[in-house]
Ligand binder design. Sequence first.
Ligand SMILES: Nc1ncnc2c1ncn2[C@@H]1O[C@H](COP(=O)(O)OP(=O)(O)OP(=O)(O)O)[C@@H](O)[C@H]1O
Length: 553
Amino acid sequence: MSALLAFRPLFAPHARGFLLALVLSIVGVGAGILLLGVSGWFLTAASLTTLGAAFNLFGPSAAVRGLSFLRIGARYGEKLAGHDATLRTLGTIRAWTFRRMLPRVSPADRAVRRGDLVSRLTADVDALDTVFLLAIGPLLASLAVGVGLFVALHHLLPQAAPIYAAGSLAAGLLVPLGLAIVGRSGGAAIRAASADLRAAALDGVDGHADLIAFGRADEAASDVSARAGRLGALRRRQCRRAAIGSAAVQFLAGATGLGVLLAGLAALESGTIGGPLLAGLVLAVLGSFEGSALILRGTSRLGEAQEAARRLRDLADRLPAIVEPAAPSCLPEGGSLACEWVTFGFDPARPVLRDVCLTVGTGEHVAIRGPSGSGKSALLHLFLRLSDPQGGRVLVSGIDVRRCGLSALRSRVAFLEQDAPVFLDTVRGNLLLGCPKARDEELWSTLEQVRLAPLVRSMPLGLDTPLGEAGRTLSAGEARRLCLARVLLSPAEILVLDEPTSGLDRQTEAAFLDDIAATCAGRTVVLATHADLPAGAFDRTFKLVNGGLVQEP
Ligand SMILES: Nc1ncnc2c1ncn2[C@@H]1O[C@H](COP(=O)(O)OP(=O)(O)OP(=O)(O)O)[C@@H](O)[C@H]1O
């Protein structure tokens, strides 16, 4: 429960909407109970009235109509206000989780599953809708209305008041509580199975071309259906428990109604209550159990909401992968980079880089080559502080990156990642990520530099052409060049490029590397590549072997 309670501050800004929904819910449930009570009283009184005796039909029938309209209106309003406040709260929780997640999920952490993250941000956040709509709201409304009916019974039929109190407390509190306790482990299992299914489905969708090519599509499909079957079985078990709870509430409603009726009949015989009022009270008592059924729906899913809240907190409460200094140092002007005796390993016991020393002056262009897996990307990551070295220091403009504010550092150093993504946006939207204020002329001249301008010109909407998910409407090489253009557009003084020419044909690759001297003139460039470098394209080239950096002749 503490995981759920920890989200209280995110519910607080929407408290007015929840309060309105609660008031309307009390009005709706109260009007429903009164409607049954007045109708029972009215019908009994009308049937007991002998022909010709005076009976005012108008008042009660108007009350019945009025109460029906009030009930409908209040229910509609409650749904509107409750869902509106809930959806706004879920939006707040989703944005909060996303903001907290980004710095806490290290790009280097191979244990992180994308499908699981997506599942947390979507399904787990959605599971929290239960909290107010199905659990707290109906519980408070039933409590308020139950207290009102208890007070009325206490005055009109005192013998029935304790019977009603016992029956309604058992139906409104004990049964839901029991269901919540029993459903707790089931809820956790459902959340885990649901996350597992989503992750497996995402894996399958991502890799469907390979699965088809290797003839494994059927296997993947049956794996997904086995997981879906497991989730289905858990949900069926949850529904069975909820149905048993519902039956218990129905039984308690019937038993309480019967108890109130028996107590009422004794009072009727002794003449302390009239027949019509008794009929009205019995029906009102039966009607008041309607709220308990709603509470049950909520509590049967509360275990799931609790587990969802735990999973979200688990993500949000992780220590950030990289901790910013409390008082960051100002980055002086300049685009120099340096590594001083840097040792780094994803597993500190097995360093990838050992005592690496490198100094790159402002405006210098340096290329780093080396066999696959030699640690080129790992080295480049250190310049952006995506990881911290276990030994030595990394300096940007003469300042240890651990003393810099991360946003200042990352606006000084632009980075082309090895698998940089094309976002689900237009060509322009993708480019403006690198420089939000860039004018169209700048976009076009950068597209010329990466030799994409003819392609974009041929697109139906030019810069405003939407690109499919992950740039699926582009070839791999075109997508790569678009990401490269984004980095070139950035005003950062230092460009760190990891395999910028991967996916490009030889001719374009050679032309691009040749052009770097001109296109990046004045800016510092550190580039990791497997490509053959055109003579004179870089000021210095290094080779990374056995964790050490060796300058090439
Ligand atoms: N996130 C990670 N967690 C653990 N080990 C990793 C991680 N990323 C890379 N490695 C390992 O660290 C070593 C260096 O990887 P890195 O990606 O820096 O090599 P690289 O020289 O850039 O290779 P390539 O040229 O193939 O891109 C490799 O042995 C790799 O398996």
